[in-house]
Design a binder for this molecule. Structure first.
Ligand SMILES: [Zn+2]
Length: 491
């Protein structure tokens, strides 16, 4: 909220469903192939070619819808959305209109108030209404760069034409750019979590558009809305919305009026530019696709998909807090990715001490992974191995300090903790008789310091600990050394 103004934001996300073949033909969806290699009469839009729905699209769309709390309609209708564009050879896109695949979702997300640098200050839940998730085919791509004669010609690559998309539309429920940011991250993680989409904005398989308007606080009517495009990362989207809100308030406060239009976010210039005016609403002349029957989804099918779904991130975060006594922050971090959640859970169980395992993952392992630019799923230290290392430390077979060095070595060499401990002879000495022997040697060898300590120079205690540790070649259990030393010096 800014000086008496309220921001209203609605979001549309296009997520590419993670199928091997296209939505209405058998062509591959592989990215990066030779232009127009993955095409056939159906996706080239040749006359007489007929679409056939890919069953895997329905499974993945169902997973996506269920992960976002949407209801799946028992019957939905594909419709033709008519418009002309060179990357759309049929002259229409097969989409869904008044009877979408799924609708009416209430999604609870966690969103944070943030400081000026974008650091979260306080997390709180917020409910977002998802209007619909419908299915459609993607268009091809116009190519304007990378070829020698693009100053004279335009090229078209139809490999992407017919790739399955789920379009996810919300109600205008967001009041700040950060709420939009937290929502998109939530959706992205949910889609990845259930395997519905790679949901990678950089690769373009998750695209986002924001409808942004402002109104004076207390106004019942919505202001003129602007559609923002070209938001190539979640952070760009957040910045684009911030800019657009400030621009709209500036125009209105100086007595101007806004036009309904589509604007592009220019990340380099940090501003939005007009792409096209939307004063006349497009008439796409939607009508039911005559070449496809209604899509019927049975209750049994939905139940089957539900049964095959993994435990969802929010439920898992909640369980981590209860079962393993983790803080909200730790549980949130460990459920930020499914592979990390799996990693934590395996390590926690093997270690026998989930809280300590959590600390080791958070403070030691994640630092190594981050430095190497790796995800938990490709960690050279397997979750079980980390759990065994934590167990050794917890059982005082090696010290915590030794454990840190062992982990670094495990990370480098891929060897097990047990193998490294044995190779380096790292076993911690906790045997009191052996430690007593070392203490006696040290005390006998330093009579002046003993006298000094006993006459009140307590700072000498650290000196004795150091000498005993040195005498044990660093292997003595420091806790026991401390206990025994104190006894012997005062006794
Ligand atoms: Zn095809």
């Amino acid at each position: 909220m800014q000086n008496g103004w309220e921001t209203i934001i609605g979001l549309e996300i296009h997520a590419q469903l993670n199928t091997g073949s296209k939505i209405f033909c058998g062509c591959s969806t592989r990215f990066g192939d030779e232009p127009n290699q993955n095409t056939c009469p159906v996706c080239l839009g040749l006359p007489g070619a007929l679409p056939v729905l890919n069953r895997q699209v329905i499974e993945l769309a169902a997973r996506a819808a269920l992960a976002l709390g949407l209801q799946i309609n028992s019957s939905s209708i594909f419709a033709r959305k008519n418009y002309f564009y060179p990357d759309l050879p049929k002259g229409y896109q097969i989409s869904q209109y008044d009877q979408p695949f799924s609708a009416n979702g209430v999604l609870e997300i966690m969103t944070a108030l943030r400081d000026d640098a974008g650091r979260p200050l306080e997390w709180r839940p917020k409910k977002i209404m998802i209007t619909r998730l419908h299915l459609e085919e993607d268009a091809g791509k116009n190519v304007h760069e990378g070829l020698p004669d693009v100053d004279r010609f335009s090229y078209i690559d139809l490999n992407r034409a017919g790739t399955p998309l789920a379009e996810i539309v919300t109600e205008p429920d967001f009041r700040t750019s950060w709420e939009a940011y937290d929502y998109v991250n939530h959706v992205r993680r949910a889609l990845q979590w259930v395997g519905a989409s790679e949901a990678d904005m950089e690769k373009g398989n998750l695209r986002c558009e924001a409808n942004v308007s402002v109104r004076r606080i207390g106004d019942k009517n919505f202001g003129t809305k602007v559609e923002l495009k070209n938001l190539n990362s979640v952070r760009f989207m957040q910045r684009g919305i911030e800019f657009e809100v400030a621009r709209q308030i500036g125009v209105l406060e100086s007595g101007g009026s806004l036009r309904q239009e589509t604007r592009l976010w220019d990340e380099r210039a940090m501003e939005t530019r007009v792409m096209r005016s939307k004063e006349e609403a497009h008439d796409y002349r939607y009508f039911p696709e005559p070449d496809l029957p209604p899509l019927i989804v049975s209750r049994e099918f939905v139940d089957e998909v539900l049964a095959s779904m993994p435990e969802l991130p929010d439920a898992r975060r909640q369980r981590f807090m209860q079962q393993y006594d983790l803080s909200f922050a730790d549980a949130s971090q460990f459920t930020s990715e499914r592979s990390l959640a799996d990693y934590f859970e395996t390590a926690a169980e093997t270690s026998g001490n989930p809280k300590v395992a959590a600390n080791w993952i958070r403070s030691e392992l994640l630092r190594e992974l981050e430095a190497a630019g790796m995800a938990a799923s490709s960690s050279p230290v397997a979750a079980k191995e980390l759990g065994l290392l934590v167990r050794m430390i917890d059982e005082e077979k090696i010290s915590g300090k030794q454990g840190k060095d062992v982990l670094v070595e495990m990370f480098k060499s891929g060897k097990s903790a047990a193998a490294i401990v044995e190779e380096q002879g790292l076993v911690q000495v906790s045997d009191t008789a052996e430690i007593d022997g070392l203490i006696d040697q040290v005390l006998a060898g330093n009579p002046k310091q003993v006298e000094g300590y006993r006459s009140g120079k307590e700072t000498l205690f650290g000196f004795f600990v150091g000498q005993v540790m040195k005498a044990s070649a660093g292997k003595a259990n420091p806790k026991i050394v401390n206990e025994r030393l104190r006894q012997k010096l005062t006794g």
